[in-house]
Design a protein around this ligand. Structure first.
Ligand code: PRP
Ligand code: URA
Length: 205
């Protein structure tokens, strides 16, 4: 499995403000947009292209266009905070949804919703800001694979070593793109240093 950790000064800057506990939901949403935009560009660097012949105003030209449809699947609810930049950069993207919620005591994710577009012959990017135990991400990949997804990538904002190991074990072929690889999980399975509960901070709950 390949793990790509974002290496961009703006990424580090934005992440520091996301981690800051005094950052309020309005700014938190803006920062989430900004880092997700950087991650969207990184995670699509290797998209397949094909030749296309067009005419410029001056002469014929053969350029490149994206060869495959792109699907983005945010894991509800926090994954929604990463969706808009994908829409902005790839206006033709299709969107699927997987709803998963971690139990507060066991930290095991429970599925409560799933709606996916056709996935055959697409690049499917699953987005969720936090890869903690990796249970939610691994479950979402299971669901997307069962629905026919083959070329899969997972994008998050903060990953833990434990979450990466879970994904490596369950889905070794799925590349992970993350804004940061943090130190570890605490006893409640929150990422350290992390940024707390992403969904709560995004939505002010
Ligand atoms: C958070 C986060 C991930 C999950 C990560 O969601 O957005 O989906 O926890 O934890 P894991 O790697 O241990 O599975 P949460 O379940 O809190 O739901 P929410 O997005 O509705 O807040
Ligand atoms: N979910 C979050 O939102 N944050 C964590 O640190 C772990 C899971």
């Amino acid at each position: 499995m390949s793990l790509h950790v974002l290496s961009h000064p703006l990424g580090a800057h934005v992440l520091t403000h996301l981690r800051d506990k005094t950052t309020k939901p309005a700014l938190f949403r803006t920062l989430s947009y900004q880092i997700s935009l950087l991650l969207a560009l990184e995670a699509t660097r290797d998209l397949a292209t094909e030749k296309k012949s067009i005419d410029t105003p001056l002469e014929p030209f053969t350029g490149l266009v994206l060869a495959k449809p792109l699907v983005v699947v945010p894991i509800l609810r926090a994954g929604l905070g990463m969706l808009q930049p994908f829409h902005d950069v790839f206006p033709d993207v299709s969107v699927g949804y997987v709803g998963l919620e971690r139990d507060h005591t066991t930290a095991v994710a429970r599925s409560y919703y799933c709606k996916l577009p056709p996935l055959a012959n697409t690049r499917t990017i699953i987005v969720d800001p936090m890869l903690a135990t990796g249970g939610s991400a691994a479950q979402a990949v299971d669901v997307v694979k069962a629905a026919g997804g083959k070329e899969l990538v997972f994008v998050c904002i903060v990953a833990s070593p434990e979450g990466v190991a879970t994904m490596q074990q369950a889905h070794p072929e799925v590349a992970i793109y993350t804004g940061a690889l943090d130190r570890t999980l605490n006893a409640k399975k929150y990422i350290l240093p992390g940024l707390g509960d992403f969904g709560d901070r995004l939505y002010g709950t």
